[in-house]
Design a protein around this ligand. Structure first.
Ligand code: FPP
Length: 232
């Protein structure tokens, strides 16, 4: 959800106002994704590197996270959204961690849509944790080195059980992945939207989905070999 700060600066507003508008936009985009038939949306809300921002912005972001969750809980429940969090939540302040954990639990039987919020997340940190878990299991004799395959790695990622992203949308005109889902995005299509996140509305989402639909996904094969995916 990149570009909140620049959106605010361009309008002479405080950065936190950009984040507030960005948070409201997220709720609208969740609705639009459900309506478009998307089943999982992962949003990068706070990176492991975002702690380096001024304290006022960091604490404002967490207050905003808590507020947006509380303000839209009934709506998320009505649309049968299941909430997941990836990242190291142990470092988050209690006032945001505790309601998040409550909603993760209370929404666990919702099946219409997965909203995955990346909080204090970094793909390299996730990979290091998975490598440590593998090493510990090998050292304990629970796993043979030869048995370490992609399934064993994937099962130790924080996204275990969730589908790999088909489409990654980077807003704000930046052209990087910035430590986001690096392994899971191996075959993802990437769309770079030239608008700041608070301006990423339903029409922008439709443009990104249309661009995705035009791409030919080959997974290393020739175009003739690729089978169309089974219809859900
Ligand atoms: C990136 O824009 C955006 C963020 C770092 C925060 C996104 C968070 C929300 C929209 C609200 C939900 C918050 C939580 C914690 C659940 P940027 O600030 O990097 O923008 P810039 O690149 O223009 O400065």
């Amino acid at each position: 959800m990149d570009g909140n700060g620049r959106w605010a600066a361009a309008k002479g507003l405080p950065r936190l106002e950009g984040h507030r508008r960005g948070a409201e936009r997220l709720i609208e985009i969740v609705d639009a994704c459900i309506d478009a038939g998307v089943n999982t949306l992962t949003v990068f809300a706070f990176s492991a590197e975002n702690w380096k921002r001024p304290l006022e912005e960091v604490s404002g972001l967490f207050k905003l996270g808590e507020w947006i969750l509380r303000a839209h809980l009934a709506r998320l429940e009505k649309r049968k959204v299941r909430l997941h969090v990836i990242g190291d939540v142990t470092a988050l302040p209690d006032f945001v961690r505790s309601p998040l954990q409550d909603v993760i639990k209370s929404s666990q039987d919702n099946t219409a849509f997965n909203l995955v919020v990346a909080l204090n997340y970094g793909a390299r940190q996730e990979i290091v944790a998975a490598a440590r878990s593998l090493a510990a299991d090998v050292a304990a004799g629970k796993l043979q080195p030869d048995a370490v395959d992609w399934a064993a790695v994937e099962a130790r990622l924080q996204t275990a059980g969730l589908p790999d992203p088909d489409l990654i949308i980077r807003t704000s005109g930046e052209f990087r992945l910035s430590n986001f889902l690096l392994l899971q995005s191996a075959y993802a299509e990437i769309v770079f939207a030239p608008v700041f996140w608070p301006d990423f509305d339903k029409a922008q989402l439709q443009l990104a989905l249309a661009e995705y639909a035009r791409r030919e996904r080959r997974y290393g094969m020739t175009g003739a070999q690729v089978q169309p995916p089974a219809q859900a």
